[in-house]
Design a binder for this molecule. Structure first.
Ligand SMILES: [Zn+2]
Length: 303
């Protein structure tokens, strides 16, 4: 195929629709771009700063040990932000695809709870990095799977404020404004062991993903060939999407479909025949791409 007609095949919506209709075993891997379409800052990627801290440096067990008040403020702020945005049409489209295609499984790196709020069937959703709205004890097995208190405790109230002057950044986000020193005794403590601090139920850098969840995903991938891998809001050439796309690919059968705000020249070159790439906002693209299977979806949260 000439380069131009190869590219045309990669971006053809009718060809994608044809493949989608025939696909039963579909895996989606979702990344930060999906939540960005809801207006949520992601703090990921190069230079993602929160106050004057590199956000990546705050998302470690070491940072929590060193300054649990600061790390909790960062997470309390992210909880507050996530509660104040809504699932977008892409979340609803994926949830509907799960209802229409029982062989669809969605893996998401996002911790913002937006898939759950869009009623994605829980048995077809794996939250790879946990959730901002689950809590766990730093030491004993206690967990609270769903807690949306905002603020979580009085000491974390600065993270749940709205800006007194909308033209200025929230004092919490302005590194020139000092933070109140939060004592450990003011942070939530485990109701079970009554001794240790409670921490966010997310996977931090340097921590392992849930072993049982990973085993279940592996088992699903190995059961039968996968017809389609949808990579949404992240590149299909970076971890973990790249790993899943590679493992799920059966030559000549599996289409890897990238839906992302930006698809690089190198990404296009790396695509195989039968793959697809759609560049743009996932919240606009997914309802159109999945339309022939899901119909017109009016997403609404329950009251
Ligand atoms: Zn405990």
């Amino acid at each position: 195929m000439a380069a131009s007609s190869a590219r045309a095949a990669l971006t053809s919506i009718p060809l994608f629709h044809e493949k989608l209709r025939k696909s039963n075993r579909i895996l989606a891997v979702c990344g930060a771009g999906l939540s960005a379409a809801s207006g949520l800052p992601t703090f990921r990627g190069a230079g993602g700063l929160w106050r004057n801290h590199n956000a990546v440096d705050l998302a470690t067990p070491e940072a929590f040990d060193a300054d649990p008040g600061l790390v909790w403020l960062f997470y309390a702020y992210r909880r507050h932000m996530a509660l104040n945005v809504k699932p977008n049409p892409a979340h609803y489209a994926l949830a509907e695809l799960a209802r229409k295609k029982p062989g669809f499984r969605c893996l998401s790196q996002n911790v913002d709870n937006l898939h759950v709020r869009a009623h994605h069937p829980p048995s077809q959703l794996s939250l790879l990095h946990g959730s901002l709205f689950s809590l766990k004890c730093t030491t004993c097995p206690w967990t609270d799977p769903y807690n949306t208190a905002d603020p979580l405790c009085p000491a974390l109230a600065p993270a749940a404020e709205s800006s007194p002057d909308p033209t200025k950044p929230l004092p919490l986000l302005d590194p020139s404004q000092p933070l109140a020193d939060i004592k450990e005794s003011e942070l939530p403590h485990c109701p079970d062991c009554k001794k240790e601090l409670v921490r966010p139920g997310v996977v931090w850098f340097g921590e392992m993903l849930d072993e049982q969840m990973l085993e279940d995903i592996d088992e699903w991938i190995e059961q039968e060939p996968v017809d389609m891998v949808l990579v949404i809001g992240t590149s299909s050439f970076v971890y973990p999407a790249a790993g899943y796309a590679e493992r799920a690919r059966t030559e000549g059968r599996t289409s890897v479909v990238t839906v992302n705000l930006e698809i690089t020249g190198k990404d296009w070159e790396s695509m195989a025949e039968g793959d697809f790439g759609f560049e743009g906002d996932a919240s606009l693209l997914l309802p159109e791409l999945l339309g022939p299977v899901i119909g017109e979806v009016k997403g609404e949260e329950e009251g």
